[in-house]
Design a protein around this ligand. Structure first.
Ligand code: ACM
Ligand code: ZN
Length: 526
C-alpha cells in the first residue's frame, strides 16, 4: 500500500505529467509516470532489440513498428541490438510493464510478451503525440481488471474479416484483451459448421431487412443480405487476435435468438416448420426446443466444431431474451418439465443452460451467459455477463458467481452519444455520452468480500442500425477509451484528467486513420 501511495504521488494530482521534455498523456491511465529531463527521437533508423527466440515478443515489436511507421517515417528493424530494448522481466506480473525513456535509448520490460506489448502501446501513443520525439520518463503500469473486452455483432450487419481485424486492432490499442464475437442470431448465422451446411447455406441469408426504426416502420429494403465466416477465416482471426494478446470468445446463442438455425433445420424448433431468417429486429418467440434430444445433439455437435476453432477457456452461450411461449405450447417441452421435475419454463431454460454447461465443462471449457441465466437458477461455475443494468451482476457476485459488467446503462455503444441526436446517424435510441460511460462502477453496491467476483468490463456493439464499418468506429470511438480506462485503471480514474489525455489519444486515432465521433472533443458530450 505504501508503495502504491508513493507511486500515486509520483503521478501527481494530474495524470498528465509535465517536464522540460514535454508531457506524457496515456490512455488508459498508467499506474505511475515520472518525468525526467530530455527526449529521445525515434527515426526509421532506430532499431528494436528483442530476444530472437521469443516469437511472440518479436511479433509484438513488429506490430508496434508497423503502427508508428507513418509518424516515424518508416518501419524500424527488429534484431539483436537496438536503442529500443524490449524484454521480459519475470519479476513483473504477466500483463504489467515498465517503460523507461532516456535520451540514450528506450527500455520496455514486460512481465510476459503481453506486458511488453502494452508497454509498446504506451510508447506508440507517446511517439504519435510527440511526432517521433518522446520525453524521458519512467512509467510503471499494470491493469486493474483481468477481463477487458469488446463485443461486436456481425449478425444484424455483417463485417468482413478485414473489418473484424481492424476492430481487434482498435481493442489492442486500448489494451483490451478479449474480443467477444457474437456469431449466431435470429437475423443470420455467421459461422461455418461443416456438419450442418444449411446453417450457412440458408441461415446466413435473410431475404430483406427492415428499413427505418423497429416498431415504427413496416418498410423493407427488398434486398437479400448475408455473409458468414469460413472456419479458415475464423482461424485466421483467432491467430491475428492472439498476436495482439486478445482472446476471441465466440458466442453461440441458445436457447433464444436462434431463428436462423431454425430456418436452416426446422426440427430444432418446437413447431418444427415455417421458420424464416428474421428480417426485422427485436426478440422472436421462435426458439430452440429443449424438449427434443436432437436439439442437444445438434448443439453439442456445433460446439464440438466451435471448440476446435477457439482455444478460449470461455464459450459464451447467450441465454438472453428467450420468450417461453413456444415451450408452453409444446408437448415435448412440457414432457421434459415433468420428467425432470422442473417447476416451470424458467427452470426449463435453466435445465438447458446447465446441460450445455455440463457438456462444455466435460470438454474443459467454462460458460459465460447473459444475466437471464440467473432466472430459474444458475450453477456456481457459470460466469454472468450483466447487461440489463448492473443488477444481475450485483446479484450474481453476491451469490458467488463470477461476473463481467457490461450494463446497458454504461457499456452499450450502440446508444446515441448526444442528448439531441438529430445530428447523429440513426441509432437504436438511448443516450450514452463518454462522461456517462466513464462513470461505470463495476463494484457498485458490492462489499470488499464480493468485489473479487467481478472479472472486469466490456463494451458491446450491437449493429441493428449500423450498416457501415465507418459507423461502427463512430460508435466505438472515443467511448471505448472510457470503458478501457475503467477496465485498466479503475483505481486511478479521474474524468477531467482523462479528458485532457484524450487529446493525445485522438492523435493516435488520426495517425491510424480511424474514424471516430467528435462530440466529446467538440465539447458536446451531453
Ligand atoms: C442483449 O443485449 N440482449 C444481451
Ligand atoms: Zn419444445
Amino acid at each position: 500500500m505504501k508503495k502504491l501511495i508513493l507511486m500515486l504521488c509520483a503521478v501527481g494530482l494530474s495524470g498528465a505529467a509535465f517536464a522540460a521534455g514535454g508531457e506524457v498523456n496515456i490512455v488508459p491511465k498508467p499506474l505511475s509516470v515520472t518525468l525526467r529531463q530530455g527526449t529521445f527521437r525515434v527515426t526509421p533508423q532506430t532499431e528494436i532489440a528483442v530476444e530472437e527466440k521469443n516469437a511472440e515478443l518479436k511479433r509484438a515489436a513488429e506490430i508496434f513498428s508497423e503502427a508508428v511507421a507513418p509518424v516515424v517515417g518508416g518501419e524500424m528493424k527488429t534484431g539483436k541490438q537496438g536503442a529500443i530494448d524490449v524484454r521480459i522481466d519475470p519479476a513483473l506480473e504477466a500483463e504489467a510493464y515498465t517503460l523507461e525513456v532516456a535520451p540514450s535509448g528506450i527500455s520496455v520490460r514486460g512481465g510476459s510478451a503481453q506486458g511488453a506489448f502494452y508497454g509498446l502501446q504506451s510508447l506508440r501513443q507517446m511517439i504519435v503525440d510527440g511526432e517521433g520525439s518522446v520525453p524521458a520518463v519512467r512509467i510503471e503500469d499494470k491493469p486493474y481488471f483481468g477481463y477487458r473486452g469488446g463485443m461486436l455483432d456481425p449478425c444484424r450487419h455483417f463485417w468482413t474479416i478485414d473489418e473484424v481485424k481492424e476492430y481487434i486492432d482498435i481493442l489492442a490499442m486500448h489494451k483490451m484483451n478479449r474480443f467477444h464475437w457474437h456469431l449466431t442470431e435470429d437475423q443470420g448465422w455467421r459461422i461455418e459448421i461443416k456438419r450442418y451446411p444449411e446453417l450457412t447455406r440458408v441461415g446466413s441469408m435473410r431475404k430483406e431487412t427492415l428499413f427505418g426504426q423497429y416498431m415504427h416502420s413496416n418498410e423493407y429494403d427488398k434486398t437479400p443480405y448475408g455473409g458468414y465466416y469460413t472456419q479458415k477465416e475464423i482461424r485466421e482471426v483467432v491467430a491475428y487476435a492472439a498476436e495482439r494478446f486478445i482472446t476471441v470468445i465466440p458466442e453461440i446463442e441458445l436457447p433464444g435468438h436462434a431463428v436462423a438455425a431454425l430456418a436452416s433445420y426446422p426440427w430444432l424448433g418446437c413447431k418444427g416448420e415455417g421458420y424464416e431468417v428474421r428480417t426485422t429486429w427485436g426478440v422472436s418467440t421462435e426458439v430452440y426446443c429443449p424438449g427434443k434430444e436432437t436439439t442437444f445433439e445438434f448443439l453439442q455437435n456445433v460446439l464440438e466444431e466451435v471448440l476446435e476453432l477457439f482455444p478460449s477457456k470461455y464459450i459464451h452461450i447467450g441465454g438472453d431474451e428467450c420468450p417461453k411461449d413456444s415451450w408452453k405450447e409444446c408437448p415435448l417441452c412440457q414432457q421434459r418439465i415433468r420428467q425432470e421435475g422442473l417447476k416451470d419454463e424458467f427452470e426449463l431454460q435453466s435445465y438447458t443452460i446447465r446441460r450445455v454447461e455440463k457438456w462444455l465443462r466435460e470438454h474443459g471449457r467454462e460458460i459465460i451467459g447473459w444475466d437471464e441465466i440467473l432466472e430459474g437458477g444458475v450453477s456456481k461455475t457459470a460466469t454472468v455477463m450483466s447487461w440489463r443494468g448492473s443488477k444481475g451482476g450485483i446479484a450474481a457476485a453476491k451469490a458467488g458467481n463470477h461476473v463481467i459488467m457490461t450494463p446497458n446503462t454504461h457499456c452499450y455503444l450502440d446508444y446515441y452519444q448526444t442528448k439531441d441526436p438529430v445530428y447523429e446517424p440513426q441509432g437504436i435510441g438511448g443516450f450514452l455520452p463518454v462522461s456517462r460511460v466513464y462513470k461505470l462502477d463495476p463494484y457498485d453496491q458490492l462489499t470488499p468480500e464480493e468485489r473479487p467476483y467481478i472479472l472486469g468490463v466490456q463494451a458491446n456493439l450491437w449493429t441493428e442500425y449500423i450498416a457501415t464499418f465507418a459507423h461502427v468506429k463512430h460508435m466505438l470511438l472515443p467511448r471505448l477509451a472510457a470503458v478501457a480506462e475503467v477496465g485498466w485503471a479503475y483505481d486511478r480514474k479521474d474524468f477531467e484528467d482523462f479528458s485532457h489525455r484524450m487529446q493525445s489519444l485522438r492523435k493516435s486515432y488520426d495517425a491510424a486513420g480511424l474514424n471516430y465521433a467528435t462530440y466529446f472533443f467538440d465539447g458536446k458530450d451531453e
